[in-house]
Write a protein that binds this ligand. Structure first.
Ligand code: SF4
Length: 326
């Protein structure tokens, strides 16, 4: 059976980040390492999306499920004149999208709102919203507003959560309208990528974690020696790629051909000499009792009144704890 070239909004955005990622998602999904998906981020994204649904007053939500049924339910709600539809779903020429909030206006006009649990507008969001405008306008809507809804970092929660203050609406209409030719050309190119039976030969690069960590990293780096330059601690990503592109990849290469700080040199020399882990070594040499202190941090996207430091969106909460080693 020929490979389906159907695209969703998220597959399209994967293709914007890396066409090979899209190809792998279609042809080799079993290679995807889902440990790159942060459960906390996913859950807060859903919670933020749910909160934003009420931004414009009463709304009806299209239940998540079978795509054909979602599209049919959207058509029913549009026909009934429902003004605010959450998860309004559409398909045009193999391009599917669910609009987080669709404002259904008279005379075939519509406003679309994409909700993100971020605190600013990232480049990939323009592609995301441009894709939705393309689908809607090819189905006959006149999109009068295409916006991104994100958390407003300046908001400080009082007794009640005020969602109209929690969110900031950025109007991207002009920018994403100017991208419509790009969506058309890119979609055609991505469909060709999908139809290619051979895996694209694209090499790894900074795009592998920008804007999102790619779950095919292990697959795309399986030809590299282990350990390699990407395992060095405390080295900036762009420096790692600089050495990678120069062919300075293995720890042996790095020991002689890279500028390393003391910690990196120690890490590499220990690995090459196959010495025990530094922490194990230091703990085993310490007199009892020994304490290992670790710090962790945690980011919450939603404001809470339970704690003063969590009343603004996306605060970085630093926590620390110790492990008692005897
Ligand atoms: S790891 Fe990098 S090169 Fe490989 S599919 Fe992902 S983004 Fe593309």
């Amino acid at each position: 059976m020929p490979m389906s070239t159907n695209l969703s909004k998220s597959l399209y955005c994967s293709g914007v980040q890396c066409p090979k990622m899209l190809w792998l998602k279609k042809h080799r999904p079993e290679l995807f390492d889902d440990s790159v998906m942060d459960q906390n981020v996913l859950e807060t994204g859903l919670a933020v999306g749910d909160l934003a649904m009420g931004l414009f007053g009463d709304f009806r939500e299209v239940p998540y499920g079978d795509l054909i049924e979602m599209i049919a339910e959207t058509e029913r709600l549009l026909k009934d004149g429902v003004e605010n539809i959450a998860e309004a779903s559409f398909a045009y020429d193999g391009m599917f999208c669910s609009v987080d909030i669709l404002r259904n206006l008279p005379d075939g006009k519509a406003e679309l709102y994409e909700v993100k649990s971020a605190t600013s507008v990232h480049e990939i969001y323009y592609h995301d919203v441009a894709y939705q405008m393309y689908v809607l306008e090819h189905l006959g809507f006149t999109v009068t507003k295409a916006c991104l809804v994100h958390l407003d970092r300046s908001y400080v929660r009082g007794k009640e959560l005020e969602i109209e203050k929690l969110f900031k609406i950025e109007d991207l209409t002009d920018q994403v309208r100017a991208m419509q030719d790009d969506v058309e050309a890119r979609t055609a190119s991505l469909k060709q990528t999908i139809l290619n039976p051979d895996e694209p030969g694209d090499d790894i690069g900074p795009h592998c974690s920008d804007p999102y960590d790619c779950g095919f990293w292990h697959h795309c780096t399986e030809h590299l020696p282990v350990p390699n330059v990407f395992d060095v601690s405390g080295m900036q990503k762009r420096t790692k790629f600089k050495y990678y592109n120069q062919g300075v990849i293995s720890f042996e290469d790095l020991a002689t051909g890279a500028k390393l700080n003391d910690g990196q040199r120690l890490q590499i020399s220990h690995a090459l000499a196959e010495l025990p882990d530094q922490i194990d070594q230091q703990v085993s040499g310490a007199s009892s009792p020994a304490f290992l202190i670790r710090c962790i941090s945690w980011t919450s996207s939603l404001s809470s009144r339970r704690c003063r430091c969590m009343r603004t969106p996306a605060p970085m909460i630093r926590l620390s704890f110790s492990i008692h080693c005897t």
